[in-house]
Design a protein around this ligand. Structure first.
Ligand SMILES: Nc1ncnc2c1ncn2[C@@H]1O[C@H](COP(=O)(O)OP(=O)(O)OP(=O)(O)O)[C@@H](O)[C@H]1O
Length: 344
């Protein structure tokens, strides 16, 4: 098996310790011919993968966060309307060294080096692969989620903070999210969504301040906690859409808190339900805004847009992923606290 390992040294939790663990575990996989490269700049992973076929490599191992996975997928598959079939391009495996690592964790990879190295080696050795659905936005691909609204604003601000040399920790996300939410109170985005599901159901809503589409379940992780917006969502069906009808006032605060996993009493959920829009298995989606709004894809700010078309492609790419129930790992309180507030 020929493997190309592409490592992003800029990913939040990338470390020599993780790379040593992974290299040692991969050395034990019989018949594996490994080539390792580092990215030198943003966009480099996509460039390195452009035009690669199964004749070049059987698998590309992404060592990074969701942004690195996104670049590799876009490099391998190219524009959506001329994408090769999944079996024609190398399969994908992941070593999660980003901050949220939603794609890898949704596939069952552990974000801890002590476990993920052996998970990856086992998946390669025992050929544990599956094909998964990917999301599309205009001509590009996404693996995790994409959307307009406060999360895109948060991502844009976190990117600014990172460019000043600080790490993207859960604590920083919490602080930036609170600031963004306070600013959005004055002039929330006004998003129109028109969507159709695989079963032919239609969603048509106007003036929503927040709307995103997920390819993964959960939507994201807040530190160790999964945040589930569309419980039925999976890599085997269309996109899960989730939106808020208002982020103003007490109801807005409650909806935002619920979005990050707070409040599961029945009365609270009934109250929140009227303020949220949830739509499963979306196969085509139009998002329209009267003014340009921040748009994010897989945790990367993509610019300001007034309209975006989303879709999904079943069986778009093959992935090596752990099978069965994830192994558990004991984390000390000290470790968890350090991950929450870490400053690079
Ligand atoms: N050598 C490099 N120097 C600077 N930036 C890079 C380099 N290689 C990749 N990048 C960029 O780094 C950014 C962050 O990468 P990535 O998303 O993988 O990590 P993360 O943000 O820590 O993880 P997550 O998305 O899971 O939170 C991406 O925009 C990617 O294009």
């Amino acid at each position: 098996m020929r493997a190309l390992l592409i490592s992003n040294p800029n990913a939040t939790t990338q470390s020599a310790f993780t790379l040593r663990r992974v290299a040692a575990a991969l050395r034990e996989v019989e018949g594996l011919h490994l080539r390792c490269v580092f990215t030198h700049y943003a966009g480099h992973a996509a460039e390195m993968c452009r035009g690669l076929t199964r004749r070049d490599y059987d698998v590309v191992i992404a060592v990074g966060g969701d942004g690195t996975v996104n670049e590799i997928i876009n490099g391998l598959l190219g524009p959506v309307d001329s994408a090769p079939a999944a079996h024609e391009v190398p399969a994908l495996a992941v070593v999660p060294t980003g901050s949220a690592n939603v794609f890898a964790r949704a596939l069952g990879y552990q974000p801890y080096p002590e476990l993920l190295a052996s998970q990856l080696a086992q998946a390669l050795r025992e050929d544990h692969r599956r094909t998964i659905c990917l999301g599309t936005w205009n001509e590009g691909w996404f693996a995790v989620n994409a959307g307009f609204g406060i999360d895109a604003t948060v991502i844009e601000r976190v990117e600014q903070v990172r460019s000043r040399g600080f790490a993207a920790t859960p604590l920083r996300y919490l602080v930036v999210s609170t600031e963004a939410w306070l600013r959005t109170q004055a002039k929330p985005p006004s998003i129109e969504v028109r969507a159709t599901s695989g079963a032919g159901e239609v969603l048509n809503r106007h003036t929503m301040p927040l709307l995103f589409a997920s390819n993964t379940n959960p939507w994201t992780f807040l530190g160790p906690l999964p945040v589930v917006t569309n419980p039925r969502n999976s890599f085997d069906q269309g996109l899960g859409l989730f939106g808020l009808t208002s982020i103003r006032g007490l109801g807005g605060v409650a909806s935002m808190l619920h979005l990050i996993g707070v409040g599961h009493q029945r009365w609270f959920e009934r109250w929140i339900k009227r303020r949220t829009v949830q739509f499963d298995d979306a196969t085509s989606v139009e998002l329209i805004c009267p003014e340009p709004e921040h748009f994010q894809v897989d945790g990367e700010y993509e610019g300001d847009y007034t309209s975006v078309t989303l879709g999904c492609v079943p069986d778009a790419v093959e992935v090596f992923a752990p099978q069965g129930k994830p192994l558990s790992v004991r984390r000390s309180v000290g470790h968890a606290l350090r991950d929450f507030v870490r400053v690079r």
